[in-house]
Design a protein around this ligand. Structure first.
Ligand SMILES: [Zn+2]
Ligand SMILES: [Zn+2]
Length: 143
């Protein structure tokens, strides 16, 4: 493969990561781009993602034992929906102040909050039989 093509693939992968908020896996990056970039292989995607990580151009987070990639490199945490698996960025209004023991050096931090997203919360049956739950129940009965 010539250098020009290699650069083109690299740029496309980074641009894709910066354009989405889904925090895709390497496989998801590959399937999103394979039809757009000729001769793209999953191996190339893996290699480029690991290069970008070393260069600090992306962040890697581990969610449910899967590596996900993030084009947003500023300090931020993540919300993971336990039901649908959606990952969202969470930004801090102020950087949190944490008392680290003396002489420690911190290289990275993964802050992951788990719960239910707005959509999944609505579909969660509650004990009070609220209007949302009745609606969800009706949908099920139709099938
Ligand atoms: Zn959800
Ligand atoms: Zn993120």
């Amino acid at each position: 493969m010539n250098n020009k093509r290699r650069t083109k693939q690299k740029t496309a992968i980074l641009e894709y990561l910066r354009s989405v908020k889904t925090h895709p896996t390497a496989e998801a990056v590959y399937s999103a781009l394979k039809n757009k970039i000729s001769n793209l292989s999953l191996g190339t995607v893996y290699r480029n993602l690991s290069d970008f990580k070393k260069e600090g151009l992306l962040k890697e987070i581990k969610v449910n034992d899967k590596k996900r990639f993030d084009g947003e490199v500023s300090f931020h945490g993540h919300f993971v929906c336990e039901k649908c698996g959606k990952i969202e960025d969470l930004f801090f209004k102020k950087p949190p102040k944490i008392d680290f023991p003396n002489n420690y050096s911190i290289n990275s931090a993964d802050l992951i909050f788990k719960g239910r997203c707005k959509n999944c919360k609505i579909n969660m049956p509650c004990k009070k039989k609220c209007s949302n739950c009745r609606k969800a129940g009706k949908k099920k009965n139709k099938k």
